[in-house]
Design a protein around this ligand. Structure first.
Ligand code: C5P
Length: 217
């Protein structure tokens, strides 16, 4: 029988994209599929944790035994996380949260008017959910993700410190959005750990093992 390394632990995870409305039928989103976050939620559950998954819009089914809460916008994701985070030992921010939202959402569909100027959108900043959780007086063990970039290897450790998370997980390019596999590099105060390209579920299990080990599980 596989050891249940996270028994008795509560794990909160964000996953998927967020969707920021422009008007009742339009909005701005990104290509996150939610697969990595859902795989991590499944792996945490397999490891015996009580798992809450705060998910932006995805086509994925909730993993068995996981408490999934669906949200749409970054603000809703932030509010859902902050309302529930107390009592959790681990927070894993996997969601691709929109950095900006449309400042004035139109209550009606914006009409196309021939010969008129195209609409100009104004944006405002969304809250940084991971930063908000990491700044709590007694935060859970926080894990951040970083999208791939050529500079990742050089700047991963710097980003981990800036994000104030004990563990930062970098997605190594090329683009991982929507794919079933991924390649990860973990940055913590000990240094770097490389997880070679594999399917997201296997990587999720390895990541959960690493987190459990750091928690002393
Ligand atoms: O700074 P950057 O956006 O690259 O950081 C990515 C990490 O921060 C991810 O873990 C993501 O889930 C989290 N994040 C967040 N809220 C935001 C932006 C990013 O929780 N508004």
């Amino acid at each position: 029988l596989a050891p249940k390394r996270l028994s008795g632990r509560k794990v909160l995870i964000t996953a998927g994209p967020t969707f920021e409305p422009i008007d009742p039928v339009r909005g701005i989103t990104n290509l996150s599929s939610g697969k990595m976050g859902y795989a991590i939620a499944r792996a945490a559950r397999e490891a015996g944790a009580e798992v809450t998954l705060i998910s932006g819009p995805t086509g994925l089914a909730a993993p068995h035994g996981v408490n999934r809460i669906k949200v749409v916008t970054a603000q809703q994701m932030h509010d859902a996380v902050m309302a529930r985070v107390a009592g959790h030992q681990v927070f894993i921010g996997v969601a691709a949260v929109a950095d900006w939202r449309v400042a004035e959402v139109s209550a009606q569909k914006i009409k196309k008017k021939d010969g008129h100027d195209v609409p100009q959108l104004k944006f405002e900043q969304n809250p940084d959910i991971l930063a908000a959780v990491a700044a709590l007086p007694s935060p859970p063990y926080c894990v951040g993700f970083a999208a791939e970039s050529e500079e990742l290897l050089r700047h991963g450790e710097e980003k981990r410190r800036r994000k104030r998370t004990p563990l930062l997980v970098g997605n190594i390019g090329p683009q991982t959005f929507g794919l079933d596999d991924n390649e990860l590099i973990l940055f913590d105060e000990q240094g770097q750990t490389h997880f070679p390209r594999a399917d997201k579920q296997s990587l999720a299990r390895s990541l959960i093992d690493e987190i459990a080990r750091r928690l002393g599980g």
